[in-house]
Design a binder for this molecule. Sequence first.
Ligand code: PLP
Length: 488
Amino acid sequence: MTGSQFKTSAESVINEIEQYYTNLPSRPVLPSIGPGYLQKLLPASPPQTGEEWATIEKDIESKIMPGVTHWQHPKFMAFFSASSTYPGILGEMWSAALTAPAFNWICSPVVTELETIVMDWMAQILALPEVFHSQGNGGGVIQGSASEAIVTVMIAARERFVRRQVEREGVTDPEEVEERSCELRCKLVAMASDQAHSSSQKAANIAGTRFRSIATRHEDAYALKGADLRKKIEELRAKGLQPYYLTVSIGATGTCAVDDFEEIAAVAKDYPDIWIHVDAAYAGAALVLPEYQHLSQQISFADSFNFNMHKWLLTNFDASCLYVRNRRDLTDALSITPTYLKNQFTDSGLVTDYRDWQIPLGRRFRALKIWFVIRTWGVKGFQEHIRHHINLGNLFADLVRSRSDLFSILSPPVFALTVLTVNPRTWKNLQIEGASNGADPRPDQDSHALVDPKTSDEDLKAANEVTKEVYTLIDERKEFFLTSSVVG
Ligand code: PLP
């Protein structure tokens, strides 16, 4: 493809993308195809000779779109919001154009320097404590996902714990250090509340340590409490195990619980070797609002914090912001510098090499899209966006409350999330009705849930009815449709 062919093709693609977003509401949210559909549509072998873009492009609508779940559709309400915005897309385009696995500062200085600047800007926007800004010992780094951020800090936590312990024991001979470190690692336990996202458990599997979850209670709005944390730590220690890491949450996945940071901070003082990580993957975006920034101040005791701009802050996947109190904790655990990675700038100590703050070596130029998004919205724009969603969330919670015959609210609505359940009696009645009226039991095309093929027809019918009830609530208020659509 030549430059001028690229220009023509790209113009056509941009046109198509704009049309896609404009006409998105008229598409069904879910694909109606079955597993393996694409095998039937594509040739069994790759083409022997290259094809024209015009030919390839036609297959987007005929082959690709049938298999797309439209996460940006205004009626997509599964999982969590996943931002897509035009400035975010433009950032991805420029990042692709300047593509480079920019692992060291020298690989492409702007990739590092812009990242440091936008991460400090975001720290200011969220009013994060100064310990997380790059001017001191801390700083931020863009990771691909919250899970990646968590496994990265868990490895740093593991190595910090072991290093401190070995130093305390006065072991210095390299072979003995290795031996003792291995002994210590098998006693380590990572912890999180039973509401925390499963990525903490997965990270412990990857870090090769044990994992224990700590029970929470409905009456505490599923927050992790200090006394329960202390009890778990002491129980583990009594068994000869060593708790070394804890995930606390601002907005845990299932119920959006916010842990009790004041109590946890008090416990943390007594166990300074335990690394405390704050996972705010979804709800961290709410910290753009002054009315939520008391939470930013409450986490000043933590070792690290992450939130995903690609969830609720208008930035296309992927952009997970990770902040650490002490960047040396990351580099001590992750920096290995063979000859081919050495250079005078690294040696000078004047530059940051983000390869030492993450698991992979190569890294994308993600800071560009964040820069575009911050500049397009500004702090005020972010605040309006989040406040609007929180208001819609409150409105939705009120609508759900107004149908207490059908629904119960399971945990207090928080941020823009309402966790509701269908009243058991309603569910039963719907099942009986569903069984008797003989209507098509399959949920509507644009229903929000993917259906397990083993689900009985009665349950499907009941699910369909309940979905319709939720739609009725939402349909009364068209503005809900704005919550996930592209803006900008
Ligand atoms: N943490 C929380 C609180 C989440 O809600 C999620 C995903 O929903 C994750 C972590 C994992 O996110 P990611 O897909 O960025 O790894």
